[in-house]
Write a new protein. Sequence first.
Length: 373
Amino acid sequence: MALCVALLIASEFMPVSLLTPIATDLHATEGMAGQAISVSGLFAVVTSLAIASVAGRFDSRRVLMVLTAVMLASLLLIAWASSFTMLMAARALLGVTIGGFWALATATVMRLVPARDVPKALGVLYTGNAVATAFAAPLGSYLGALIGWRGVFLALVPLVGVTLLWQGVSLPSLPPRAARPVGKVFALLKRRHVAFAMVGVMLTFAGAFSAFTYFRPFLESHTRVSVPQLSLLLLGLGVAGFVGTSGAGVLLGRRMDALLRWLPLALAAVTLVLLAVGHVLWAVALALFVWGAVNSAIPVSWSTWLSKAIQDDPESGGGLLVAAIQLSIMLGGALGGALLDHVSIGATFVGAAVLLGAASLLVGDGARIKPLD
C-alpha cells in the first residue's frame, strides 16, 4: 500500500515539476496547466464520497487492485495526450484512483493491524508519500529535460504494473462490510467537531497547494534557476518530507492538537519567507527544505485525527476527509493559477499564506475538533 501511495502521489503531482514544458507543448498557459492537478481533485472528490458505498459490496482487496489498474490506464493516456482536453480527461481518470484509494486507506490499515499499531502503520503508509515527494518532482524535472514530459509519465507505467501484481500477492482478502450510502458520509457533518475539522482541512490544503503547485514558475522567474538547480531544490523539498513525517510520528501521540494548529501557521510564514528571499538561491533552498518538512507532517496528522475522532465509521470518515482534501487542492490550485495569470506569483503566495493562517485560527486549541463526551 505504501508503494502504491508513492506512485499515486508521484502521478498526481508530477505536473508541478513539468508545468512549463506541458504548457508549451499543449499550447496552454502555466495557470491552465496547473488545472491538470485541479481536475484530478474534482474527480477524486466525487469518488471519495461514493467509494464507501461501492466498497461495502465487494472485497476491499479487489477494489484497491481495480483502482490501481485505473491509475495505470490514466498514465498511458496522459503520456499519449495530443491536446489539453485529452490531458484533462486522463487526469480526471487518475482522480478516480486518488479519491478511492485514499478514502479506503485509513480504514484498510485499521483492518490490517491492531488498534495500538494504527498510528505507526499510518506512518509507514505516509512514508510512501514522503518518498514520492522526495524523488518525483526532482526526477520529473531532470528526466523531463532528457526524455520529455511524456517519457516521464511512461516511465511510471511499469512501476504501477509491478505494484498491481504485488497487491495481488500480498494483500489478504478483506471481505465486504455493510454498504454505506453516500448520505451517511454527509451525515458525519452533523457532528460539530467533524464539521469544524473539515473546514480546517480545506483551508490548510487549499493554502498549501495554492503555493506548491506553482513552485516551478516561482523558481524560474524569481530565483532564475537552471534545470539542474531546479531538480536539486525540489529534491531538498522532498527529502525534507522524511523529516516532517518522522517528526509528526513521534509527536502525534501527545501533541496532535498542537500540530494541527501550528503546522499551517508555520507553513504560511515559510511561504512568505520564500517570497521575501526569492532572489537568493541558498536562502530559497533552506526555506524550501523547511516548507517540505512542515507540509509533509500535515496529512499524517489529519489521518491520525480521523482514526481517533471517527472510530465508529472510518470508511465514511475517510471518504469525507479525502473529499475535503481533494476539493481544497482543486480550489487552491485554481485560485493560485488565477492569481498567477492575472496578478503575479507574489499574489499567489500571499493568498496561500492567508488561507493557511485562517486554518490555524479555526483549529485554535483543538477544542472545536474534539468529539463531545
